[in-house]
Design a protein around this ligand. Structure first.
Ligand code: ADP
Ligand code: MG
Length: 178
C-alpha cells in the first residue's frame, strides 16, 4: 500500500534528523517513492519554540497502517525522542497522513491524519509532491485543501544550497513573521 507521511523536527540538527529517519525507513524495507523539499515552518499552537523543518514523503510498504505506526514509533524512539507535549518541541515526529483511500478512526490511530487539513506545514510539502492526492473524508485534493486553509503560519522552502552556507534558523524572518 502507498502512504503519505509527514516528517518534522525542531531540535538538534533538524535536517540531519529527517535524513536519518528516512534512512531508518529504507532499512526497514519501506520504499521512498517521492520526497518533498525541506521546509522551515513556524510552530503552530505553541509559538515559543524553535521553527521546525518539515517534509512530506510518499512511501510503499506491505505493512498495515498499525504496523507502519509501530515502525514510525520505534524509529522515533531509536532516534532518541523522549515523551513530548502536544505541539511541543521534538527531535523527530513521524505521522501517517494518508493511506490510499483508507479511513479509520480509533483512539490510537486516525487516518487521514485529523489535523492535516488545517496545517500548512503539512499541506505545502504534500502539495509539492502530490497536489492531486485525494483526502478520502473531505473528498478534495491536497491542492484544494491548501487553497482553502485558514492557517497563516510561515512555511519557507529551503533552497538547494549547502546547509553550511545558511543558518538553519531564520532568526531575522522569525521576528518578522511572529
Ligand atoms: P502529534 O499529534 O503532535 O504528532 P505525537 O507524535 O506525540 O503528537 O502523537 C501522539 C499520538 O498520536 C501517537 O501516540 C499515535 O498513537 C497517535 N496518532 C493517531 N493518529 C496518528 C497518525 N495518523 N499518525 C501518527 N500518529 C497518530
Ligand atoms: Mg506524531
Amino acid at each position: 500500500m502507498t502512504y503519505f507521511l509527514s516528517l518534522g523536527s525542531n531540535l538538534g540538527d533538524k535536517r540531519r534528523n529527517l535524513k536519518r529517519a528516512i534512512g531508518h525507513l529504507k532499512k526497514a524495507s519501506v520504499r521512498i517513492l517521492r520526497a518533498s523539499s525541506l521546509y522551515q515552518t513556524q510552530p503552530v499552537g505553541k509559538a515559543d519554540q524553535p521553527w521546525f523543518v518539515n517534509q512530506a514523503v510518499e512511501v510503499e510498504t506491505d505493512r498495515t497502517p498499525w504496523a507502519l505506526l509501530a515502525l514510525l514509533q520505534s524509529i522515533e524512539k531509536k532516534m532518541g525522542r523522549t515523551k513530548t507535549i502536544r505541539n511541543g518541541p521534538r527531535l523527530i515526529d513521524l505521522d501517517i497522513l494518508l493511506a490510499a483511500d483508507t479511513i479509520m478512526d480509533t483512539p490510537d490511530l486516525v487516518i487521514p491524519h485529523p489535523r492535516m487539513a488545517a496545517r500548512n506545514f503539512v499541506l505545502v510539502p504534500l502539495c509539492e509532491i502530490a497536489p492531486g492526492v485525494l483526502h478520502p473524508v473531505l473528498g478534495k485534493p491536497a491542492a484544494a485543501l491548501l487553497a482553502e486553509s485558514c492557517d497563516r503560519s510561515g512555511v519557507h522552502k529551503i533552497g538547494r544550497w549547502s546547509s553550511r552556507s545558511r543558518p538553519s534558523e531564520p532568526q531575522a524572518r522569525n521576528r518578522i513573521f511572529l
